[in-house]
Design a protein around this ligand. Structure first.
Ligand SMILES: O=C(O)CCC(=O)C(=O)O
Length: 308
């Protein structure tokens, strides 16, 4: 007898979160904040992560940028060990294409301009994204998250490393600036966002490092992909296994991508789309309608210049 899977969303997409209210927020805003660890558990994880990090990890540290594969593997396995089971309780059958830490030192240089994350799955059927677990109380003060709610619902073509990003005209940037919000996440809570969402984070004006642990998620049975514009001028879609990201350096130039964790390589026509301000109008959820469990005060409107 065929096994019944979970009910697909109204758009025919495999669902992300078990809780229907959180799922509805995720579909509408592209980001939702959920409780994940007790504050004491989060503080203990932070302590363990600090033991692994270099003394000076730079303004912004994650496992995609210039760090030794041994360190990546150690941190990857620590984060998976701590979080996968807990996350499994709130996600519909998913697995994790990356496990990382996102560390921001005090200062201006760790600011992350608004961006979308790459396509990791076939988005006509699935959603992929990031679980960003705050190991400090995070807000605009210490380099907390920024997001443009609803941009997950924009119909843009594939996204990837060096792939065209059609958000850059001045009228679109002005509209984005007006629609950017700060998403405050308290310690032990996780922001769960859709890779299609426009998001980033501001400077850390506090005295201490801001640390988050993160898992990249996708439905377990969905094929994992990496899109990249290669030096031949052609965008490629590489079908990959999750181990691919343990050695790959996406921010370094390369002529070829291969190895045991690359299953397929399909060329894609370069895309040249541009958003218009009208595309962004009407995407925003009312501020009086906060995400579940984030508390009415924990999402506030915060206007700020957008940097690419
Ligand atoms: O941790 C942060 O400050 C931002 C992380 C982010 O934007 C990302 O991982 O895509």
């Amino acid at each position: 007898m065929a096994q019944e899977g979970p009910t697909l969303t109204s758009e025919g997409i495999f669902p992300t979160l078990k809780d229907p209210v959180a799922q509805a927020h995720f579909e509408r805003d592209g980001i939702v904040v959920v409780p994940m660890l007790e504050p004491g558990e989060a503080r203990e994880l932070r302590r363990r992560i600090l033991q692994e990090l270099p003394a000076d990890p730079g303004p912004f540290f994650d496992l995609f940028r210039n760090n030794p594969p041994e360190l990546r593997k150690r941190i990857d396995s620590m984060i998976r060990g701590e979080l996968e089971e807990r996350v499994g309780e709130i996600f519909v059958d998913h697995d994790f294409w990356s496990a990382t830490v996102l560390v921001k030192q005090p200062g201006d240089e760790g600011e992350i301009g608004l961006h979308t994350d790459w396509n990791m799955v076939d988005e006509s059927r699935y959603r992929s994204g990031l679980i960003w677990l705050a190991l400090d109380d995070t807000s605009a003060r210490n380099g907390g998250l920024l997001a443009v709610p609803g941009t997950n619902r924009l119909d843009v073509p594939y996204r990837g490393r060096d792939v065209h990003f059609g958000f850059d005209t001045a009228p679109v940037q002005a509209r984005i600036e007006a629609q950017t919000v700060a998403v405050d996440v308290s310690i032990g809570h996780a922001a769960v966002w859709d890779n299609r969402l426009l998001h980033g984070s501001g400077p850390n004006t506090a005295d201490d490092w801001r640390i988050a642990a993160a898992l990249g998620f996708k439905p377990r049975h969905a094929q994992l992909y990496h899109y990249r514009l290669m030096p031949d001028g052609v965008a490629h879609r590489f079908a990959i296994e999750r181990e691919f990201f343990l050695d790959y350096e996406p921010f370094l130039p390369t002529d070829t991508i291969g190895g045991p964790h690359v299953l397929d390589d399909e060329p894609f026509a370069p895309s040249t789309w541009e958003l218009t301000p009208q595309d962004l109008a009407g995407l925003v959820a009312p501020p009086s309608d906060p995400a579940p469990d984030s508390g009415a005060d924990s999402r506030r409107w915060w206007r700020r210049p957008v940097r690419s």
